[in-house]
Structure formats: C-alpha cells, structure tokens
Design a protein around this ligand. Structure first.
Ligand code: G
Ligand code: MN
Length: 280
C-alpha cells in the first residue's frame, strides 16, 4: 500500500483530531473521577458590603487529593462542557451542595444559600429545573437553599431555550447569577436576554491602583446593573485597597481571599467565626 497516499474519509474517522482525542480523554477522566469519588466541594463566603454578614457561599470544585491529580480542573471542565458528562458533574455538585446544607441543619449555616456553578452552554438542553427539584426533594430542602452561577465559558446557541429554563428556576425560587461577568462571551447580550438576579464581576475587575480604565468600567457596570434592578458581587477581592474601591463603586457583595478562602464544608463554621475584613 502507498503510505504517502492522502487519508480517505474512513481513515480520517478512525484517527481523531488532537482536539477530539483530548476531549475524549477528558470525558473518560471526569467520568472515572466521579465514579471513584475523587472530587469534593469547597465553600467560599460571599460577604455583604453593607454589614459584613454572610448569606451565601460559593461551592467550588476541587480534587480531594490535589497532590495525586494532574488535570487542572477549570481546564478539564471546559474541555468536556459540550459532552453529556457535564450533566453528571452538575448533578453531582447539586447533590453534594444539598447534602452540605443538610449537614448544617440546626446551625446558623443552614440558612445560607449555596451557589453552584453550571455551564451556560448546556442550559438550553439541561432540564435543570427538574434535575434540581429532584435533588432538593431528596434532601428535603427548599429552593432558596441553592443559587446557580451561570458560567459563560462558551457561546450561547439558543437564548430563548436558556431563558425559558432560567424563568422556570426563578419561579421555583432559585437565585440566579451571571458568573465572571465582563469576560468571555457577549456579556451584555447575555444580560439583556437572560433573566437573573445579579452579576458576579470577574476578578479581572478587582482593579489595582493606577488602573483608571478598570475603575471607570466597574463604576459604570455597577450603575448599569443597579439600573436593571440587579445586584453585584465583586469577585477576587484580595486587598483592602480593592475592597474600598469596590465598596465605593457600589458593589453589593464581596468574595475573595481578603475575606476567606474556599474551605471544606466541615471547616466553614470555624472560618466564619474569624474576624472579617469587611468594612463595618
Ligand atoms: O466560579 P468562578 O470562575 O468565579 O471561580 C472562582 C475561582 O476563583 C475559584 O477557583 C476560587 O478558588 C478563586 N478565588 C477565590 N477568591 C479568590 C481571590 O481572592 N483571588 C483569586 N485570584 N482567586 C480567587
Ligand atoms: Mn462561580
């Protein structure tokens, strides 16, 4: 056989592109990790600018044993976002978050909302309202225990279908946030077309001293969000200088290492008892 002959359509099908091979490997890796129980959620407080209180925490995906794992998690999730395995990951995270709230019953933590990240790309086909309802029923929780952060890592194909899912979630009493707002795909279009309660300003906008353009943008974005009746969480707040600017710009909530890093469920109560860096 002539080895230099161009590949036929059949041989191309047999040898996937490097991108397709990476995705397939990622899907296998994620499926196996879910089966083996190698993930856990850590929880990071979201702090009220007004009085420093904590009414919600964001659930963040982590390897249980980071030392044993090589895959960078955000990259892995991005890689498999267009595969049905993402639904399994969402179901796992929702179930885990519900269990955490349940484990806090009888403590002040029980009244907090837990924000779970879901990929916007799959929203139109996700049947998320039903999936969440099942998880809530299984743990005996009300919908107000869970909030969803819609993460815009890729282009939205069907705003109408995504919007319909979000309307149903909103009617259930689930709080909805646009995550990493200001970066990624068509943020303003998303804001104009998707029903949400608020936006989470990407940590890119936790402006540093001298970043005057950043400051001008944040000030206007917060104003715009408030004009739309939305609330604003400032993410990635690491310094008092950032905190003071973001509070002055009118942000409603802070999240970041300055206040508290993400911690395992069992450590959250102790973390919340530490003095906070929120202005009082
Ligand atoms: O879901 P989202 O893309 O918003 O994820 C937030 C990520 O940012 C998490 O992985 C979290 O651990 C991380 N993070 C939380 N607080 C800070 C912070 O103050 N600074 C930075 N650089 N990252 C943070
Ligand atoms: Mn998030």
């Amino acid at each position: 056989m002539d080895q230099s002959a161009p590949p036929t359509a059949a041989s191309e099908r047999r040898s996937p592109t490097p991108a397709a091979a990476r995705k397939r490997k990622g899907v296998r890796h994620l499926k196996q990790a879910l089966i083996d129980g190698r993930f856990e959620l850590h929880y990071q407080p979201i702090v009220s600018v007004r009085d420093g209180s904590v009414a919600s925490v964001e659930a963040l995906l982590r390897w249980k044993d980071p030392a044993a794992e090589h895959a960078e998690l955000a990259g892995l999730v991005w890689l498999v976002e267009r595969s049905p395995v993402i639904f399994r990951l969402h179901d796992w995270a929702l179930g885990e978050a519900c269990q955490a709230v349940e484990s806090w019953r009888g403590t002040p933590l029980y009244d907090m909302r837990v924000n779970v990240n879901v990929s916007a790309h799959v929203l139109p086909r996700s049947r998320l309202p039903g999936r969440l309802q099942r998880q809530l029923r299984a743990s005996g929780l009300a919908a107000k225990s869970i909030a969803l952060e819609i993460t815009e890592t890729s282009r939205m194909d069907d705003f109408d279908a995504a919007g319909a899912q979000l309307e149903r979630l909103m009617a259930m009493g689930v709080e909805l946030w646009l995550d990493d707002f200001g970066t990624g795909h068509s943020s303003l279009e998303w804001l104009s077309r998707l029903p949400v309660h608020g936006v989470k300003l990407s940590s890119t906008f936790a402006c540093r001293p001298g970043q005057d353009r950043c400051r001008a943008i944040v000030t206007r974005v917060v104003q715009m969000a408030h004009d739309l009746g939305l609330r604003v969480v400032a993410e990635g707040v690491e310094t008092e200088e950032q905190r003071d600017f973001l509070a002055g710009a009118g942000c409603d909530f802070f999240q970041g290492y300055l206040f508290c890093p993400p911690v395992p469920a069992a450590d959250l109560q102790a973390a919340l008892e530490k003095p906070t860096a929120a202005p009082r």
